[in-house]
Ligand binder design. Structure first.
Ligand SMILES: Nc1ncnc2c1ncn2[C@@H]1O[C@H](COP(=O)(O)OP(=O)(O)OP(=O)(O)O)[C@@H](O)[C@H]1O
Ligand SMILES: [Mg+2]
Length: 275
């Protein structure tokens, strides 16, 4: 008897094939760089603001998009209390602060209002920020991502053209485990990883004694293991924290500070990798 091979019909295959997404570039910018880490509280937002201002200081035209819908940091870290203007009721003009174009969900809601949103609403907010904001003639948009590997990351990776991601971590083992997940996510979604940053790397006293509060060398080792670039170390620094809390990132507040110089070196390293 002729046995027919059992298989999945073409119709079924068609129905279950993974959805194909088109990756739309953000209009008004040449390149989009996501600042990410799977773990919360490792310094992504602090890095994003200072890195963006460092790119500006070396001659680039820069925007910052705060993609942390549930916990936006940009309004506080960049001292912005106004709402973006709209001429046609559909698109929004980003707010200019310290020579950088800024957009955040925090501009649109009261700062004490929690964003109790489900995934599809987050996706739609991200699309609004990338398609309906009138970013003007930028070289780079720096995207401050929320922690984790959730809806925001997926929307960016699948539907928006992201030219590269920078992964920020502390050297602590518990953070590194999450970073590994972050690396795997970007690799899987084919977003190039521009490099890894070791934040809160160590603390140095005025006498020059170093304390490796969160461990040592973990991020650099991970970069090697995964064949990614290591962009450098940012120590724990009180001036960096105070400047962030005061709403004027250290790179802008004190461009000659040793930490500001680290940010500028990193910005230069990244800038040269873009044509
Ligand atoms: N190198 C550093 N030295 C001192 N303080 C730092 C440093 N990096 C970040 N901080 C401080 O650590 C706290 C967390 O930083 P930040 O908000 O940038 O982290 P995050 O990863 O964006 O957090 P979240 O996951 O909640 O978005 C802030 O108070 C910030 O000022
Ligand atoms: Mg943040």
């Amino acid at each position: 008897m002729d046995k027919k091979a059992v298989g999945i019909s073409d119709t079924f295959k068609g129905n279950t094939a993974p959805k194909r997404f088109t990756k739309n570039p953000i209009k008004g910018t040449k390149f989009t760089i996501a600042i990410s880490s799977a773990k919360g509280g490792v310094g992504k937002s602090t890095f994003a603001m200072n890195f963006a201002l460092a790119l500006k200081s070396i001659g680039s035209k820069v925007g910052i998009l705060d993609a942390d819908i549930y916990g936006p940091s940009l309004p506080k870290m960049m001292s912005i209390n106004e709402k973006p203007k709209s001429e046609d009721g559909k698109s929004m003009v980003p707010i200019n602060q310290y020579g950088v174009q800024c957009m955040s969900i925090g501009f649109l809601v009261d700062k004490d209002t929690p964003m109790i949103w489900r995934g599809p609403m987050v996706t739609s907010a991200i699309k609004t920020f990338t398609q309906k904001v009138l970013w003007n003639d930028l070289d780079f948009i720096v995207v401050d991502m929320p922690p984790g590997t959730g809806d925001t990351q997926l929307t960016f990776a699948q539907e928006i053209k992201v030219d590269g991601a920078i992964i920020v971590s502390t050297p602590q083992e518990i953070a590194l485990a999450d970073v590994t997940r972050g690396i795997n996510m970007f690799d899987k979604l084919k977003v190039p990883i521009l490099g890894l940053v070791d934040n809160m790397s160590f603390f140095e006293t005025d006498e020059g004694k170093k304390y490796n509060i969160f461990g040592e060398g973990g991020v650099e080792k991970l970069s090697k293991n995964y064949n990614k670039k290591f962009l450098g170390k940012i120590p724990i620094d009180i001036d960096l924290r105070i400047a962030a809390d005061n709403g004027k990132p250290l790179v802008e507040e004190n461009p000659d500070h040793k930490i500001s110089k680290i940010f500028k070196e990193m910005a230069t390293k990244i800038k040269v990798s873009f044509p």
